[in-house]
Design a protein around this ligand. Structure first.
Ligand code: ZN
Length: 80
């Protein structure tokens, strides 16, 4: 497998995040890129989520715990 040591544990901007919260349906996909950018810049994730208006813990857990797996899946795509 290809080395991905430069990858952030919170993913990158090409991530696939759920568009809406699984539990309440609030649209969370729109704030993902800003969330990642600000957390990478060193801001406190809890404060960033507050400022982005993500109040419910059902939505917060998705953004905080999301792990990007698309690069791993890409190894198994059909080459044409
Ligand atoms: Zn929610």
């Amino acid at each position: 497998m290809q080395e991905d040591s430069d990858r952030s544990p919170i993913g990158d901007e090409s991530m696939i995040i759920p568009i809406r919260c699984f539990t309440c349906g609030y649209p969370i996909g729109a704030v993902w890129e800003e969330f990642v950018k600000r957390v990478r810049a060193g801001e406190d994730p809890a404060k960033v989520l507050d400022e982005l208006g993500i109040k419910r813990y059902c939505c917060r857990r998705i953004l905080i715990s999301h792990v990007e797996l698309v690069r791993e899946v890409m190894y198994f795509t059909k080459k044409s």
